[in-house]
Structure formats: structure tokens, C-alpha cells
Design a protein around this ligand. Sequence first.
Ligand code: DGL
Length: 270
Amino acid sequence: MLTSPIGVFDSGIGGLTVAQAIHNALPREEIVYIGDTAHMPYGDKSPELIRHYAHDISQCLIKQFHCKALVIACNTASASAYELLRDSFKGILPVINVIDPMVEYVISRNDLHHVGIIATKATVSSGVYQEKISRRKKELNYSVLSTPLLAPMIEEGFYNNSISHAILHEYLSNEVLQGIDGLILACTHYPLIKPEISSFFDHKIPIIDSAEVVAAKLKHILEKEKLLNTAEGFPNHQFYITDYSDHFVRTAKLFYGEQINLQRLNLSNE
Ligand code: DGL
């Protein structure tokens, strides 16, 4: 149904940055968001386990919430589980990952010659950014660095303070990032520390996150598949997390940009 919601999920509340961009780009669409806080972080899990979690959440978004499109608002889950989800739900609903729209965007920018990519360990070791960039734009150089402390640090509420500054300084001074002319935030948690990252580089290079490009891609797909909601009125978004604490509620507000009602969700097969 055209009024059915868009399912969006992440390992935690970082994907709310994508949900927010979707809300801005498609204000009539209802969103059901699931943050798998019970299993966060995904970034140090095996691809098999990430696929298992991602498949369970997707089944829930389809069966319980009758979603008409699925957005994997997590680079780590996109890197490990996108093909599985796309093939499992082929002909049922479109599945959008965060990596392809980001790669399309980056290769379309002629001002970039050497990009840095920071991401979780699982995203880096999947090699997916490296493979997609070198296949599509050989002359674009890239340097990849795993920054595994960042997502848990942010999820724990450590940003814009001395701890986040020290950790960022240590990571971003790594010699592999020397000489980059743009930095891809290949983790949906990182937009929250974008100002701190930009200031490390003296605001001299673009710091690129995927939220808006993913929302634009989703809009394009919904238009193409004739799935846009044409009904009048304000959508009633639903936000769920698989493990609840007050701390998530506080941080979620920062990620989404406004107060949201986070509820606990039991995935039926647990
Ligand atoms: N937000 C997720 C991503 O985009 C990862 C965070 C995690 O390690 O769970 O990669």
C-alpha cells in the first residue's frame, strides 16, 4: 500500500541521522525505525552474525509493520547483509543500502582526488568501498582507516568533550590519512561528530556523510516504483530499540534533532 511505512534500521541510534534526512526529503512518508541496541556494536561482529541480525530485523519490518521499502541505515550491515536482503526480498520490496548512494556521490565529484574513508572494522575488512570505488573510478585514490572506538563512544554519549577530542586526534592523525582532499564518514554514527572532525582538518576539506544522498536515492526509487505516499496528513513515525535505557532516549534526541518516543521492541524470534 502507498501509505505503508518505510522500514529503516541500524545497529543502534546512529541510523536516526538517515531517518531524519528521509523525513526531510519525504515528509509524507511514515517511518518505522529499529535500532538493534541489544546487539550494538555491529562493527566488531562477524559477517554471518550481522547477516543474521539484519535478516531478523528486516523480517520484522516486513511482517509486523508491512513496510513498502527497506533502508539499511548502517554501513556495517550494508557491507555484510545487503546482497542477502536484496535477494531474499526480491519482488517483495526495494532494499536500499547506504554504501552505493555514497559511492555514486563521491565519484560524481570532480574536486576529489584522494578520499579518506573512516568506518567500523567490519566495513573496512569487507573491502566494499575499496572495491566499488576502484571498479567505478580508477583514478580516484582512497585511504581506508578503521575507527572502531567511535561508534560505541558516540552511542555512550561521548562527543564534543575531551575524550572524543583525544580519540579523534589519535585516529585522524594516522599517516594513512595524510594528503586526503575529502573524508567519507562511512558509518551512520559519525555525523554527530562531524563538526569535531571538520575542525581537526581546519574545515579545509569536505567531510561527507551519507544521510542526504541516501534519502535522495530512496526518493528516486519510490518515484520510479510508483510507491510514493500521495495521502494528505502528517505521518506518525515509530521508533524502536531492542534494548532500552534512558541514555538512548537522551542521545536519540541529538541524532534525530528533536524529541522522539523510543519504545522497546522484542524481535519475535528471540
Ligand atoms: N552505524 C553503523 C555503521 O554505519 C555501525 C555502528 C556499529 O558498530 O554498530 O556502520
